[in-house]
Design a protein around this ligand. Structure first.
Ligand SMILES: Cc1cc2nc3c(=O)[nH]c(=O)nc-3n(C[C@H](O)[C@H](O)[C@H](O)COP(=O)(O)O)c2cc1C
Length: 181
């Protein structure tokens, strides 16, 4: 698969088959996530793999509610990944104060995409999930109260025949400016 084919094949999967994820494939995704770049190489993330019942179902349930049902598909995903945001290095935190930026959030986006692209290459489906009940997941996974969760990812095989959607994106013209805004 070329890189272009890979980024075209990665899409948010919202219907999962019951098939379990092979531990070797999960480890490959975690390895890809580990190699992601980050500000000052702080690597401000901790991956929590949730694959045991009833915990997995409980974490899935924390991504939707009676009024927000979009993420109900997570109930089908055999693995839920929770990315906890860790403290960046002191030097990075000082630089963030000066520059008024929140680099760990950016770092988590990059590592998450590494994870999802590796999964796509292995034929696995993922969906990044930003809508979740943070307090509930922190309690379920015994995450210290001073930490925050950056992102949740559902992982598993898409159901057979799951359609490859055409990417809906801004055009390059809409996206790019040369030399001035
Ligand atoms: C930070 C972030 C949060 C997201 N949150 C959710 C979510 O809560 N539920 C969901 O189904 N998809 C979520 N998505 C997936 C996006 O909707 C999806 O990436 C986007 O529509 C593009 O579609 P594609 O991933 O299939 O290319 C999220 C994606 C990102 C990057």
């Amino acid at each position: 698969m070329t890189f272009n084919e890979l980024i075209l094949s990665r899409q948010s999967v919202r219907r999962y088959a019951g098939t379990a994820v092979e531990p070797e494939k999960l480890n490959q995704c975690l390895e890809a996530a580990r190699l992601a770049p980050s500000a000052s190489n702080s690597q401000p993330w901790k991956y929590i793999v949730v694959d045991q019942e009833p915990l997995r179902t409980e974490v899935a349930k924390a991504t939707f509610s009676d009024i927000q049902l979009i993420n109900k598909y997570t109930l089908q995903a055999p693995v839920m990944i929770v990315i906890v945001m860790e403290k960046a290095k002191l030097i990075t935190r000082l630089a963030m104060l000066v520059k008024k930026k929140e680099w760990p959030l950016i770092d988590i986006g990059i590592t998450a995409e590494h994870f999802c692209l590796q999964a796509a290459e292995l034929g696995l489906g993922t969906c990044m999930i930003g809508w979740f009940d943070e307090d509930k997941i922190k309690k379920l996974l015994q995450i210290p109260s001073d930490k925050s969760i950056g992102l949740v990812i559902s992982l598993g095989y898409a159901v057979e025949g799951y359609p490859q959607r055409t990417k809906i994106r801004k055009t390059v013209d809409e996206m790019v400016r040369y030399n001035q805004y």
